[in-house]
Design a protein around this ligand. Structure first.
Ligand code: PA5
Length: 446
């Protein structure tokens, strides 16, 4: 199986009966999602995206990736939130953990680096230093085309490109991924003649990894985007049945809902592979922005194990009992290490000759049982391999689940009104024209 979903360790927390009782609501949520009658329906085009995407643009993405690979050692991806988390997660998932730090000789594809996801001058300076005098291109990504963080970073890199390659040379190295019609970035891209890619209207930022937003950076880093889409398309078929018995993604949504009703209000997405850490960051946005509203929602957090077992593992085992965990693991390790044989008495004789993947697996099984015994419900999402096909499948699993889960909890999973509050205050404090009154109010409060 491409993906298996194991809830066998949930039985002390959720009765089978509870899931059965949720079926009518799941059926309704499925209907709302698929017939476009639920809240936020205008932003559900991601449902059929794996099979209904723009093939012509897809081919352009592949040629742009080739072009960047041929003339750049570095690609700077400028974007924030849904405009970078997916690409970053996928690139980490599909490549050697340290590949971004490899030297030019070790590297098989350009180094992909990320900017515009914070407002730190220190970060930007360090990134500029990292690029050094190497050839680079820029993919600026913003659906609205008006987000401050990427806009600032883009100004800086645009200027750098112009200094290095001249105004015309710079234009040929800038790829803009934005709305088909509107926004400051769209206007600029049209005026300057950058190669443009589209964030489809019906796909919100956190659901956009399988559009040009994710696909171009992933392809530049050497990821197989055909396989990524194929995996998502397979999941689209696999998770289309509204019957809980036949739909693991819907089961995941329903179990989360059952747990939430009992006071399990924080979910930790657990991994045992550093290359999956960024996947957790992508998932946090998907869950948090989709569900955290109207005064409710499961708080999404991550656990990077076994690292974090030595930090907040204590809390998970014995702290406040409002946590549950979803372990994401891969059956076949990408590579392995055999624990060396030695005469030295370091207490590891019983493990010599064993594979590290075996030890890691036992760590995850042992932890899972310990946490369950400690009162932390656990579910396991397991994919067979860590490759592009399985990643596409996994992405779709979580996307479709959050759609159902949001409706089950009575929220619009496709808006994010709360993201605006900090922006307004920031604009007020920065004295942006049009915010004069707010500027005065906020300054008085500081
Ligand atoms: O999911 C979302 O809507 C947000 O996180 C956006 O992705 C983020 O704010 C970036 O927006 P934009 O792509 O418009 O610059």
């Amino acid at each position: 199986t491409t993906l298996s979903f194991d809830t066998s360790k949930l039985d002390t927390f959720v009765d089978a009966n509870e899931l059965t009782m949720l079926q009518p609501m799941v059926t309704l949520a499925d209907d709302m999602l698929r017939t476009g009658t639920g809240a936020g329906a205008a932003y559900t085009d991601w449902i059929n995206l794996p099979t209904e995407y723009d093939r012509t643009e897809f081919a352009r993405i592949q040629s742009a990736a080739k072009q960047i690979q041929s003339n750049s050692e570095v690609l700077v991806v400028i974007g924030i939130g849904g405009s970078y988390l997916g690409a970053r997660a996928a690139i980490d998932f599909l490549n050697d953990y340290f590949s971004s730090a490899y030297s030019s000789e070790q590297r098989t594809a350009p180094q992909v680096v990320f900017a515009g996801n914070n407002i730190s001058g220190q970060y930007l300076n360090s990134l500029i230093k990292l690029i050094g005098d190497r050839d680079f291109s820029v993919n600026v990504i913003s659906k609205s085309g008006t987000t401050t963080e990427p806009a600032i970073a883009f100004r800086v890199f645009k200027q750098m490109l112009e200094t290095k390659y001249g105004v015309t040379g710079a234009k040929a190295r800038i790829y803009a991924t934005t709305d088909a019609q509107k926004g400051a970035l769209k206007t600029l891209a049209d005026e300057e003649g950058y190669e443009e890619f589209v964030v489809p209207d019906g796909v919100g930022g956190r659901f956009s990894v399988l559009t040009a937003v994710g696909l171009l950076p992933i392809a530049v880093a050497g990821g197989d985007i055909d396989q990524l889409m194929a995996g998502a398309a397979a999941a689209q078929v696999a998770y289309s049945d509204s019957d809980l018995q036949n739909n693991a993604a819907y089961q995941y949504a329903a179990y989360r809902n059952a747990l939430y009703r009992k006071g399990y209000t924080t979910e930790l997405l657990i991994n045992y592979e550093p290359t999956l850490v960024q996947f957790g960051e992508w998932w946090k946005q998907l869950q948090g922005e989709s569900e955290g509203k109207d005064g409710k929602g499961i708080f999404p957090a991550t656990g990077n194990f076994s690292t974090d077992l030595h930090s907040f593992g204590q809390y998970i085992q014995e702290g406040r009992r409002n946590l549950f965990e979803t372990l994401v693991r891969v059956t076949e390790p990408v590579s392995d290490v055999i624990i060396p044989t030695t005469d030295a008495d370091d207490g590891l004789a019983y493990l010599q000759g064993e594979k590290m993947s075996y030890v890691n697996r036992m760590a995850s099984d042992g932890t899972l049982l310990a946490h369950v015994d400690g009162g932390v419900p656990n579910m396991v999402v397991e994919i067979e391999k860590q490759d592009a096909f399985h990643l596409g499948y996994l992405i779709y699993f979580f996307e479709i689940a959050v759609g159902i889960s949001g409706y089950l909890n009575g929220v619009n999973p496709f808006n994010q009104p709360g993201v605006e509050a900090y922006k307004r205050n920031m604009f007020g404090l920065l004295g942006k024209p049009g915010y004069e009154e707010l500027t005065e109010q906020l300054r008085a409060r500081l």
